[in-house]
Design a binder for this molecule. Structure first.
Ligand code: NAI
Ligand code: AKG
Length: 389
């Protein structure tokens, strides 16, 4: 079927190539079936009523109004783990930038004047200001042991670091990925007291806003390097500046700009580069393109952040995909409406997640527009799609 996909950010061509050939992609179009996005803020955007799903080529979905999309039956996907290696590698670079004073040292060298002999003398007398610490033997505290945090833990152990971690909601899968040497912290406070490096790998949520604030920074060891490759807002900028000024924070390495912190020589800020590798961009775009195509064609859902995972092999040509509220008797009402219309159900699956549920129904004969309209009027049904193959 011809489908229209609106791309709000640059999405890797290798990923877009995974969409069926009949699909059109463009960064400006009327009535798209789906939207592909990376970091663009969609909170103020008017979402066209034609949109069936949104694919976030990446992990964080705080740029998407998830609740409003759920209420409209719009499925939001992300790509768990697809850019985790890229972020992990940049965090390792960040630890070195912070502890080896690489930016102040680079600024020192760029400011030198004189002939080669004079430069040599200035370097030899000046370099003692930039003496740092090695990663090996230091303690890294990781807050959030999901896709990125667990990869970082593994790499840090290989570099000879001691790793402590905190994640009260760690998934079983992520826990299995963690090396046995990672020590569990009882709380964030406990973790920050013991770490030489603190790295944040949690989503931005109301509960994680200002997670690192003045009180927590006061618990940290003097000379700690703080790394935030998660989101701005998770570290309180004013508290970070105060502690950089007083020397408790040796360096704050962050993937987001801050006008307040920018003038401080030990604030290292990158332009949201964590996932900016060709490999990560391809991985995310491939994963998200395959997910939205399977949803648009078959109603199958994998890696949604607001609806349950659901999949049913196609054994009949006539499929209904129904987004509905997770309330009693939805299945009863749907199957009664189909039975009343003389339609025989071949296969049916329903999954729920929080307030949301999703139902796939394959019937043995064609479904009329009238039945689809009737199903859409059932209280709690958010969206009904007919997907004949
Ligand atoms: N700088 C960049 O370019 C990128 C930034 N990110 C950011 O990193 C975040 C993490 O990414 P992933 O590891 O892929 O996500 P993930 O979902 O695999 O892991 C997040 C982990 O944080 C844990 N968590 C949630 N609240 C917590 C809390 N209060 N305390 C401790 N742990 C908590 C969860 O249980 C989960 O295990 C994303 O939400 C995104 O904001 C992700 C990719 C690229
Ligand atoms: O797409 C990007 O460059 C940003 C990635 C990111 O922040 C994420 O995946 O959460």
């Amino acid at each position: 079927m011809n489908r229209k996909i609106l791309t709000l950010n640059a999405i890797s061509k290798k990923g877009l190539a995974r969409l069926p050939e009949s699909y059109t992609t463009a960064n400006d179009m009327e009535a798209p079936d789906a939207i592909l996005v990376r970091s663009q803020n969609m909170h103020e955007m008017a979402i066209p009523p034609s949109v069936l799903c949104i694919g976030r080529a990446g992990a964080g979905t705080n740029n998407i109004p998830i609740k409003a999309m759920s209420e409209k039956g719009i499925v939001v996907f992300n790509t768990p783990g697809a850019n985790a290696n890229a972020v992990k590698e940049l965090v390792i670079a960040g630890m070195l930038m912070g502890t080896r004073n690489l930016f102040p040292a680079l600024r020192f060298v760029s400011g030198l004047v004189g002939d080669d002999e004079s430069l040599q003398k200035q370097v030899e007398s000046g370099k003692k200001r930039f003496v740092g610490h090695e990663l090996r033997g230091s303690t890294l505290g990781i807050i959030g042991l999901g896709a990125i945090g667990s990869k970082l833990a593994e790499a840090a152990i290989q570099l000879g670091m001691n790793v402590i971690g905190y994640d009260p909601d760690i998934t079983v899968e992520a826990a299995w990925r963690l090396p046995s040497q990672v020590r569990r912290s009882a709380s964030i406070d406990d973790l920050v007291k013991r770490a030489d490096f603190v790295s944040l790998h949690v989503p931005l949520l109301p509960a994680t806003r200002d997670l690192i604030n003045a009180e927590r920074i006061k618990l940290m060891k003097k000379g700690v390097v703080l790394l935030n490759f998660s989101r701005e807002g998770i570290v309180n900028d004013a508290a970070a500046l105060d502690s950089l000024n007083e020397g408790r924070l040796h360096a704050y390495v962050c993937d987001f700009p801050s006008n307040l912190l920018r003038p401080h020589p030990n604030f290292v800020s990158l332009p949201h580069l964590g996932a900016s590798t060709e490999e990560a961009e391809e991985n995310c775009a491939i994963m998200v393109s395959e997910q939205i195509a399977d949803y648009l064609e078959n109603g199958n859902i994998q890696n949604s952040v607001n609806f349950p995972n659901i999949a049913m092999p196609r054994e009949s040509r006539y499929r209904l995909a129904i987004a509905n509220a997770n309330v009693p008797n939805m299945l009863g009402q749907i199957s009664t409406a189909l039975a009343d219309a003389g339609l025989n159900i071949h296969n049916m699956v329903n999954k729920s997640r929080g307030d949301m549920a999703f139902t796939l129904v394959d019937v043995e004969t064609e479904i009329s527009v009238k039945i689809i309209e009737q199903l859409a009027t059932i209280d709690g049904v958010l969206r009904v799609r007919y997907l004949p193959s």
